[in-house]
Design a protein. Structure first.
Length: 107
């Protein structure tokens, strides 16, 4: 019975930690870059696009396709960084818990 109470307490603490981490991630801003930094995209920890910065030298009529590709590449870079940060924080929080390999959080 004592073990069950400890497990319930640990589950409550984990829930509180997850809610706090999700709030932190909402405030987190990661940057993705492409074209040697000529295009920069900022995303929230939840993947929401916050800002796009483009070097003025890219504003040429014949370079529109290149600019579009660079924006997509910068977004992909930022999104992968955001996901990596979330996984890092989740693994720190769940360290020592018997969680099956490959299980992703939040559910």
């Amino acid at each position: 019975m004592k073990d069950i109470m400890n497990m319930m307490k640990a589950a409550g603490e984990m829930k509180s930690k997850m809610e706090a981490m999700q709030a932190e991630l909402a405030e987190l801003v990661v940057e993705g870059r492409s074209g040697a930094g000529m295009v920069t995209v900022s995303l929230s920890g939840k993947g929401d696009l916050k800002q796009v910065r483009i070097d003025p030298s890219l504003f040429k009529e014949d370079d529109v396709e290149v600019l579009e590709d660079l924006i997509v590449a910068a977004h992909k870079d930022a999104k992968s960084k955001s996901e990596a940060e979330m996984q890092k924080r989740m693994s720190e929080m769940t360290a020592g818990l018997p969680i099956p390999p490959g299980m992703k959080f939040p559910f």
